[in-house]
Design a binder for this molecule. Structure first.
Ligand code: SME
Length: 149
């Protein structure tokens, strides 16, 4: 399933639309086609500030449009530059809840020229759904996105 989405990611990246609209299309595609992806969004570093700002996303609107570095799963990935897979969000003490239905989360950093400039964030309403295949797939998505930033 994830492998089959790669050509569709590439075709979105190759469109002659704005970056914003292509990122939006990627979020919509992932949410629609992967049953356990219930919220899909990009966060990017907010200029020179030590905080993340929400970019394009698909799913329920969130209050967490700004996340300070170090706060929540997203803020920790902004600092570590490492994938963060959370099988059970209730087991995390540094976690920002967006919705009570969310059971699990994965955040994969996005690098441009080796610099951690943002991330893709997925929330799942299914407990413990993410595997190494999701990490590899989301790394692929972020590498493709980095080409147009
Ligand atoms: N749960 C995230 C906050 C972002 S929402 O999932 C959209 C976190 O702990 O950083």
């Amino acid at each position: 399933m994830l492998e089959a989405l790669k050509p569709r990611i590439i075709s979105i990246i190759d469109q002659e639309a704005s970056v914003e609209s292509r990122l939006q299309d990627i979020c919509k595609l992932l949410k629609a086609d992967i049953p356990y992806y219930d919220w899909v969004g990009f966060y990017f570093r907010n200029g020179e500030r030590e905080e993340l700002k929400l970019g394009p996303y698909a799913g329920a609107p969130t209050d967490h449009t700004i996340i300070p570095f170090g706060k929540g799963i997203c803020g920790q990935v902004a600092v570590s530059g490492k994938n963060f897979v959370v099988p059970d969000v209730r087991a995390q003490d540094n976690y920002i809840a967006c919705s009570i239905t969310v059971k699990a989360e994965i955040v994969v950093p996005l690098f441009v020229n080796g610099e951690n400039i943002g991330q893709i964030d997925i929330d799942s309403n299914t407990p413990d759904p993410f595997t190494g295949a999701d990490e590899l797939f989301l790394e692929f998505v972020n590498q493709k996105v980095a080409e147009i930033l």
